[in-house]
Design a protein around this ligand. Structure first.
Ligand code: GAR
Length: 208
């Protein structure tokens, strides 16, 4: 049984999607803990109600980025996870932290990386007039919103879209591609070769 720790900063809808599909589909895995860096993270209560161990590691309670990273890693490692999943976790993690979890740290970002890393993804997508948008699941490397790509989803940008409508369209696809990517990981179906991720069954790694 693979142990998954999920890190969140907010509502945690991707966390919910992963937890639900794990249970429904009987993955050889379990979400053993959910950790947030903000006390307001709504997803913490959701997880606690389902009997999942929860923890707050408040970044504001730590004097430096390194001190926060160390406290976070200590909280994660209590659960000896095979996989750490960033699900709307909005803190930049240092290189030492990332290296500690190399090959077992996944993130989802609401753009077609390498386009639009960082914040305000949907606003920037609309500002430049992109005709397509999407989301990317990737292994985390020290460079922000980079790293070997596991899966991407593509959606149209429609006339009249605003940040709200576009983010909702992208989020609906996140709830498909993130659980699927995590499932592949825990089933041992992802290989990183020359910085690229291969799904060993040959399954499609794009949702259009
Ligand atoms: C998601 O859209 C996720 O892609 C994004 O935050 C949202 C979290 O929603 N993540 C990032 O922007 C990371 N750079 P959720 O809390 O409902 O899962």
């Amino acid at each position: 049984m693979k142990r998954i720790v999920i890190l969140i900063s907010g509502r945690g809808s991707n966390m919910e999607a992963i937890h639900r599909r794990c249970a429904e589909e009987g993955w050889p895995a379990q979400v053993v803990a959910v950790i947030a860096n903000r006390p307001q993270a709504g997803g913490l209560a959701w997880a606690a109600e389902r009997g999942i161990a929860t923890r707050l590691v408040d970044h504001r309670a730590h004097a430096s980025r390194e001190a926060f990273d160390d406290a976070l890693a200590a909280a994660i490692d209590e659960h000896q996870p095979h996989l750490v999943v960033l699900a709307g976790f909005m803190r930049v993690l240092g290189a030492a932290f990332v290296r500690h979890y190399e090959g077992r740290l996944l993130n989802i970002h609401p753009s077609l990386l390498p386009a639009f890393p960082g914040l305000h993804t949907h606003r920037r997508t609309l500002e430049v007039g992109c005709k397509a948008a999407g989301a990317t699941v990737h292994f985390v490397t020290p460079e922000l919103d980079h790293g070997p790509i596991v899966m991407q989803s593509v959606v149209p940008v429609l006339p009249g879209d605003d940040e709200h409508t576009l983010s909702a369209r992208v989020l609906a696809t996140e709830h498909i591609i993130y659980p699927l990517s995590v499932r592949w990981f825990v089933e041992g179906k992802l290989r990183i070769e020359d910085g690229r991720v291969r799904q060993t069954d040959g399954a499609s790694q794009v949702l259009i």
